[in-house]
Design a protein around this ligand. Structure first.
Ligand code: DUT
Ligand code: MG
Length: 171
């Protein structure tokens, strides 16, 4: 038996916007819509309003995921995918869209479905500082350590990636 759905309070900021909805019964994501029309040139990004705000129970978060159809057909991605909507956030949910197509503009009409909201339970952790972490098979291997990245091998020899990683250390 599947669990009953979680009730989540939602407020319409735009009175005409259809509520987020699952397109099919087994879907993980409920489609959300833009309340503003927009046209994005190649490479352009925009923050689109969805006309809704929600109140998630403590211990949950909603993740703003891209729609694969828009990605495959038009090259549309979410800059921060997946966006995180915190349980305490009461503002309008927004979607940061980018047109990754190198040639064509993409146009959204009012109430087009632009993303999908996946609601999940999330753990709250207490970070406990230690001098040494327990061992593991992977140890410190990452960033392609298991191989199979021939598609990006041209960049692996350069130092661009290494400097990006080291810039972030200590922050
Ligand atoms: O795609 C997104 C991502 C975030 N948010 C809203 C809900 C979230 O709770 C809030 C803050 O998001 P996040 O923590 O990712 O952004 P931040 O840059 O860390 O901002 P803040 O300092 O407000 O936490 O913005 C959205 O509406 N859409
Ligand atoms: Mg934050």
């Amino acid at each position: 038996m599947s669990r009953p759905p979680l009730d989540v309070q939602i407020r319409r900021i735009d009175p005409e916007v259809p509520l987020p909805a699952y397109a099919q019964p087994g879907d993980a994501g409920a489609d959300i819509r833009t309340t503003e029309a927009a046209e994005l040139a190649p490479g352009e990004r925009v923050v689109l309003p969805t006309g809704v705000s929600i109140a998630l129970p403590e211990g949950y978060a909603a993740f703003v995921h891209p729609r694969s159809g828009l990605a495959a057909r038009c090259g549309v991605a979410l800059v921060n995918a997946p966006g995180t909507v915190d349980a305490g956030y009461r503002g309008e949910i927004k979607v940061i869209v980018v047109n990754l197509d190198p040639h064509d503009s993409v146009r959204f009409e009012r109430f087009d479905r632009i993303a999908q909201l996946v609601v999940q339970q999330v753990e709250k952790v207490r970070f406990q500082e230690v001098a040494e972490l327990p061992g593991s098979v992977r140890a410190e291997g990452g960033f392609g350590s298991t191989g199979g990245h021939s598609a990006v091998s041209g960049r692996e020899g350069g130092n661009r990636y290494a400097s990006v990683v080291s810039d972030r250390e200590g922050q």
